[in-house]
Design a protein around this ligand. Structure first.
Ligand code: ADP
Ligand code: MG
Length: 556
């Protein structure tokens, strides 16, 4: 249709706009970062499209790939123009009239009663295009797609309930966004202010950003440069750009390899785990490049799912540039890169744990849940992941953590297995009956205070040939273990004399079983207790009690 139409925003968009427009958001300059990042995405898509379409005709093929920004102080407008892939009429409607964007979707899904706090989070998660309405009371988007037989269209809205869309003949390929600045946002019609914002947030955009024809950013693919030539601040700036973050990363890994495949990677661990903060499931954070050309943003294929908290880029010149989504999924090469980099990341974490234990501990507190998820869901890295797990134990101080390797180093001479015990808190475990048998024998027990711990240890099964054994198994037999000292042996012999004679024990357990009925499977006399009269143990030797709680809660 070549006509002008007025249309309603999707309800979710209205809600989003309402928040954006009414937010007293202090860092509203991020709207520019969002629009520039969209322009850069559109340019990346164009570059990729051009490679993939291999010689097919493209509209305005000669245009340089760049972003231009213009201000008009009299009209109070700010205009951002890109020569990217552009949008046709349908794309304008779909992309700007519905919530197609997962970041905004997550934001919406997690809105709480506390709007003030939510608006603080806009900056962390990005509301994408709609951020334009933080600074403008009217936004015009003119766009012309790369397809030769298309035509230009203009989309206009004041960000309330509706937008109009109609023809816009005679424009060049790409997208121009014209912001009519709000009364209190006129500061953004100033070139110096705009340059300052670009330097702050967008200096790593891989296309020239020009203000009044002057490039403001330095275009470079930092991951292809030599480590020794990169300044610390450059790494940090790049992280902020790639992760859409405001803070600094916790740690980073920059490496390149030529064999078994040519790959360069610059990967970051953030400080904050937003998924744990309840902000929905993270999207993968790594972009896949081939010789600096973006192949897939937020690639689902290039790292295992449980590494979705890692941010950064992976660039491999071995990949074919015009590889399709489907081919990426099936590609043996991508799978190989995935394995190589995952191993490298795990090795890096092991080194971090060794060389910078405090940093590793911070990492563990934020992201340990992902390593446990990996131990549970991914058979390939069980060994490496086992070495990275951390627990409190009966030999650590409260709040202090230990590793399986350290545990093994402290094991009693004849001890073969590694013991763990689950509970809701350290106190609960230490006052419960399960620990008694271990305490009296001076055997260390790991405390699995998070139900995920039990699942992880259960899946891992063993560590350095020591079985991982839950202390609430009913067939647990510690025997003489830990009673090497003669004095202790005598104590134990004394204790044994004090236990009930077998006949009486039989009568007692039968009576208890009768009273408890179906609530228990079996009642047995035990040598494991020293102070407590009784304890509940786990008969099938597979699910620990905290695992059962989780299964019950999830209805399985
Ligand atoms: P996101 O960038 O995360 O997808 P946005 O809300 O920022 O979400 O943008 C929504 C969509 O609008 C984009 O995915 C893209 O398809 C389209 N879009 C926005 N700006 C441009 C642009 N300058 N050129 C082409 N398409 C764009
Ligand atoms: Mg965007």
């Amino acid at each position: 249709t070549a006509t002008q139409e007025t249309r309603e925003f999707q309800a979710e968009v209205k809600k989003m706009l309402d928040i954006v427009i009414h937010s007293l958001y202090t860092e509203r300059e991020i709207f520019l970062r969002e629009l520039i990042s969209n322009a850069a995405d559109a340019l990346e898509k164009f570059r990729h499209q051009k490679v993939a379409s291999q010689g097919e005709e493209i509209f305005d093929d000669h245009l340089p790939l760049e972003i231009k920004i213009k201000v008009d102080q009299e009209k109070h407008t700010l205009t951002i123009t890109d020569t990217g892939i552009g949008m046709d009429r349908g794309e304008l409607e779909h992309n700007l009239g519905t919530i197609a964007h997962s970041g905004s979707r997550t934001f919406l899904a997690n809105l709480t009663e506390n709007q003030r706090q939510d608006t603080q989070l806009i900056g962390q998660f990005g509301v994408g295009f709609y951020a334009a309405f933080m600074a403008a009371d009217k936004v015009r988007v003119q766009s012309r797609s790369f397809r030769p037989d298309d035509a230009g269209h203009e989309w206009v809205s004041d960000g309330t309930g509706t937008y109009t869309i109609g023809p816009c003949p005679g424009i060049r390929r790409g997208t121009r966004i014209i912001l009519h600045l709000k009364e209190d946002a006129k500061e953004f019609a100033d070139e110096e202010r705009i340059k300052q914002i670009i330097r702050r947030y967008s200096s790593f955009v891989p296309f020239p950003i020009k203000v009044a024809e002057e490039p403001v950013n330095t275009v470079q693919a930092i991951w292809t440069r030599n480590k020794s030539e990169i300044k610390e601040e450059e790494y940090q700036e790049f992280y902020k750009y790639i992760a859409n973050a405001f803070d600094e990363p916790l740690a980073r890994l920059h490496f390149s390899a030529d064999a078994p495949l040519a790959v360069k990677a610059l990967l970051f661990f953030p400080k904050e785990n937003v998924e744990r903060l309840g902000f929905g499931r993270l999207e993968p954070g790594v972009n896949l490049y081939c010789q600096r050309v973006l192949i897939e943003q937020h690639s689902k294929n290039i790292l295992p799912e449980w590494l979705r908290f890692v941010k950064g880029v992976i660039d491999s010149e071995d990949l074919p540039l015009n590889i399709s989504r489907q081919a990426l999924q099936d590609s043996a090469l991508v799978a190989k890169i995935n394995r190589v980099i995952s191993k490298r990341l795990l090795k890096y974490l092991a080194e971090l744990a060794k060389n910078e234990p405090e940093t590793y501990e911070k990492f563990w507190h934020s992201f340990g849940m992902f390593l446990k998820e990996g131990a549970i869901s991914d058979f390939n890295y069980r060994k490496e992941l086992a070495g990275l797990l951390r627990f409190e134990s009966s030999k650590t101080e409260p709040g202090k953590l230990t590793s399986l390797a350290e545990y093994v180093g402290r094991m009693a001479e004849a001890q073969k297995d590694i013991y763990y015990i689950s509970g809701p808190s350290r106190e609960a475990v230490e006052t419960g009956p399960y620990l008694e048998a271990f305490k009296s024998r001076d055997l260390e027990v790991l405390y699995t205070l998070d139900p995920m711990d039990d699942f992880a240890l259960n899946h891992i099964g063993e560590f350095e040939e020591h079985k991982l054994v839950s202390a609430d198994r009913d067939d647990l037999d510690l025997g003489e273990l830990g009673h090497e000292q003669e004095a202790e042996r005598q104590d134990a012999a004394q204790a044994a004399k004090e236990t009930l004679p077998p006949e009486e024990a039989k009568e007692l357990t039968a009576w208890i079983k009768e009273v408890l009925g179906e609530k228990v499977k079996e009642v047995k006399a035990s040598k494991r207790l020293t102070d407590s009269p009784a304890m509940v143990v786990n008969p099938d030797g597979f699910l620990t009690s905290s695992m059962e709680r989780v299964m019950r809660a999830s209805g399985q």
